[in-house]
Design a protein around this ligand. Structure first.
Ligand code: ADP
Ligand code: MG
Length: 358
């Protein structure tokens, strides 16, 4: 029997605010452990979270860029689970009323073809802390500096049909969040990471197979390899008479394999309920109109304009349009020399070449 894979990605993009989503503690990366977690981040009894309004504008920008519905009255919910790096026993997230719904993101594949991938929703939430397994003589340390850092979790439809498509989608989202200036996208520091949901089904079947979720992958190469490994593993399980179980797995880059971590929770296991400490998040007409008016021209549209109005090649247009600072700079050069092709050549070949070299 022939099989075909189905993949859906949950991407966590850390929003680039100065302070946390519900407290005034700093989000600066790399500080000494536990120096940037205040009583609110730790969820001490009696403290109250207060929403950092800066996250709203960033979520609206993403919603507009994805042609999505920006929900004007979204709700924060408590997602209850125990983990040592989550001392208050729940994560503040959004559940049945997320801030962004029903968007699409255009991806470009290696052969130049394009597809629009559905984005089910994007919701605001706080990050948890970190368990540190090295340097404690067999014990585990807990660093809570990351607790309360603002995240947008961006959930795709199960509409990616190969590891290469999943990577193209992740790259396009990475380009977009940086272009919009809402996340630094730094993958080494964990500011942009994804969970990959993978299943396989008999070719042509319209019923989705049982999925495994591979957690917290923070490089494009690892996403591709983890998905490829997982597709092969699931096909092996099925063709040897077994059944894929719904579970959470981790990708071990050194061994290039995925391993089972735990059975997958269902939503009801988390006992979601609206967080009574936080009111409904109302996006006023004034805020929405301001963010809409300030939206930059998006990379895809800018690329098309570079091709059609300035006569650049597809490849050059892409190279210039997808990095905002570079595109702005290029347009300034064009304005000064009035010859787009010479300007493009100077920026992509001369300038970029020297920058790379030095
Ligand atoms: P959860 O939060 O429990 O992981 P969701 O229902 O929100 O669950 O789905 C998470 C992701 O899993 C989405 O990106 C979705 O597209 C993907 N997904 C759901 N079912 C499948 C499946 N059978 N195969 C592959 N991906 C799937
Ligand atoms: Mg998930």
């Amino acid at each position: 029997m022939e099989f075909e894979p189905v993949i859906g990605l949950e991407i966590h993009a850390q929003l680039n605010t100065e302070s946390k989503i519900f407290s005034g503690a700093s989000t600066r990366y790399g500080a000494e452990a536990n120096t940037q977690a205040c009583a609110v981040d730790l969820g001490f009894p009696g403290v109250l979270p207060v929403l950092n309004e800066a996250v709203l504008e960033k979520a609206i920008r993403l919603g507009l860029a994805l042609n999505a519905t920006v929900v004007r009255d979204s709700v924060f919910a408590r997602k209850n689970y125990f983990y040592p790096d989550l001392p208050k026993g729940y994560q503040i997230s959004q559940y049945d009323r997320p801030i962004v719904e029903h968007g699409t993101l255009r991806i470009t594949l290696a052969d130049g073809s394009q597809r629009d991938i559905g984005v089910t929703r994007a919701h605001l939430e706080e990050d948890a802390g970190k368990s540190v397994h090295e340097g404690f003589g067999g014990m585990t340390g807990i660093d809570l500096n990351r607790a309360g850092t603002p995240l947008l979790e961006i959930v795709s439809e199960p509409e990616l049909y190969s590891a290469a498509e999943a990577v193209a989608y992740m790259r396009a989202m990475h380009t977009l969040v940086r272009y919009l200036g809402i996340s630094d996208g730094n993958m080494q520091e964990g500011s942009f990471r994804c969970d990959a949901n993978v299943s396989v089904k008999p070719k042509g079947s319209t019923t989705l197979g049982t999925r495994a979720e591979i957690k917290n992958i923070n490089s494009f190469r690892f996403v591709e390899r983890a998905i490829e490994y997982e597709i092969d593993r699931q096909i092996d399980v099925i063709t040897s008479g077994g059944k894929v179980v719904q579970e959470t797995r981790l990708y071990d880059a050194e061994r290039d394999e995925t391993r089972s971590m735990r059975g997958k929770e269902d939503a009801h296991d988390y006992r979601y309920f609206p967080d009574p400490d936080l009111p409904t998040v109302i996006i006023s007409d004034a805020l929405f109109a301001r963010v809409e008016a300030e939206m930059p021209e998006l990379p895809e549209a800018r690329k098309v304009r570079f091709i059609e109005a300035l006569g650049l090649s597809e490849e050059t247009a892409q190279e210039l349009a997808f990095d905002r600072a570079r595109a702005d700079y290029f347009e300034t050069v064009v304005a000064g020399c009035d010859n787009p092709r010479v300007a493009a050549n100077w920026v992509t070949v001369e300038l970029m070449g020297r920058l790379n070299k030095e």
